[in-house]
Every structure is written in C-alpha cells, then in structure tokens.
Design a binder for this molecule. Sequence first.
Ligand code: 5RP
Length: 218
Amino acid sequence: MTSKELVASYTYELVKNKFHKDFILGIGTGSTANCFIEIIKKEKPEIKALVSSSEASSDILRSEGFEISELNDVGGPDLYVDGADEVNDKFELIKGGGGAHTREKIVAAASREFICIIDDSKIVKKLGAFPLAIEVIPSARSYVARQIVAMGGKPTYRVGFVTDNGNQILDVINLNFDVPYETEIRLNRIPGVVDNGIFATRKADKVISADSSEARSL
Ligand code: 5RP
C-alpha cells in the first residue's frame, strides 16, 4: 500500500461510523482524495448525498454510478475529506496544485468538519515553498500578475490550464507567509482574483498523515 492509500483507508475506518442515511459527504480533488474515492466506490456507504469539489472527482464517481449533488441543493456537508500540497502545525494549508482550490475552499467552508489527508512529505514548518495557485479571471491575468509582483511575488502563468470555472491560474512563489491568513485575504482583495490556494481562513479541523508504514492523526 502507498502512503496515500494508507492514509485514505485509515481515514475511512476513522469516519465510517459517522455515516447515516442523512449524512452528506464532501469529496476533494487530487491523487490522495482519489484513494479515498476508491474506498467509497468499494464500500458504497449508505449516505444521503455526495458533493464533489471538481469535475475530475465527479467524473470518477459518476463512472461508478454515484450521483453527485450540487452544494446549492444539499446545504452544508457533514464532512469534507481532501488532500493538500502543504500543511503547517496550525493545520493551515496550501492547496490548488490541481487547480481546484476555489471549489475546494467553498466546499470546505460549507462543511461542518474538514479532514485533510496527506502523506508526510506535505508537512512543513512554514507554508510557501510550494507555488501558490491563484485563480484569475482571464482578462485580469496581467493586471493581477503586476499586483503580485508589487507584493514581492513571482507569478508564472499555468499555460493551457482552464479551471472548472473557466478561469486561469497563476502559480506564485516568493510571497510572504509570516501570517498566512493575511496573505490569503490580501491576495483575494486584488480585483480579478477569484481565490487563492491558502486555506487559513478555513483551515483543516483534523489532519491525518501517513508514511509508507503507518497513518496517524497529527
Ligand atoms: C487540488 C488540491 C489537492 O488536494 C492537492 O494538490 C494535493 O494533491 P495530491 O493529493 O495529488 O498530492 O488542492 O487542487
């Protein structure tokens, strides 16, 4: 078993007793979330609804016959399970390596509980080494890039990538992460920014991590 498979199965065992016929489960995006999806596909828990944070995850689940509900129709999920690119000891995250962070942040914000599942390589002392994905309205891309440069950041256009919302991504290094919450808010104030991959306003409630031999709650 890989560390991603291990953390996914450990997490499923931890949460499966919470499931019931009125339970709403939110599912994230990426290779670690996909391991959790594999277990959902196999175990088929009896829950009321599944909400997904990306077309990619929805496609995988639909291909197995699962119905995906709109967040607007079901209200807040009881639990959201998703991966991350970096996690610090306050459970603040960088997400968006897969470019799905805007919808991920919406589902996380709407959920009663957010469990982040990672392998140990994602644990950092300080956020910010992983390039920060910023989703931008296409016509605002150059303007937003200039504002980011003025903040000291170095943006790179993720060429050829279109988000599920029809927008573009700037991947940014060299930003100040002394107070992640402030950087998250400051970036989102730039006109044309849809959202950025810092999850400090809505951080994870629980982080479960694994190496190649064991998984544990941090
Ligand atoms: C997608 C994400 C993912 O959760 C993040 O990139 C981690 O991915 P993986 O589990 O493949 O390492 O934020 O937008």
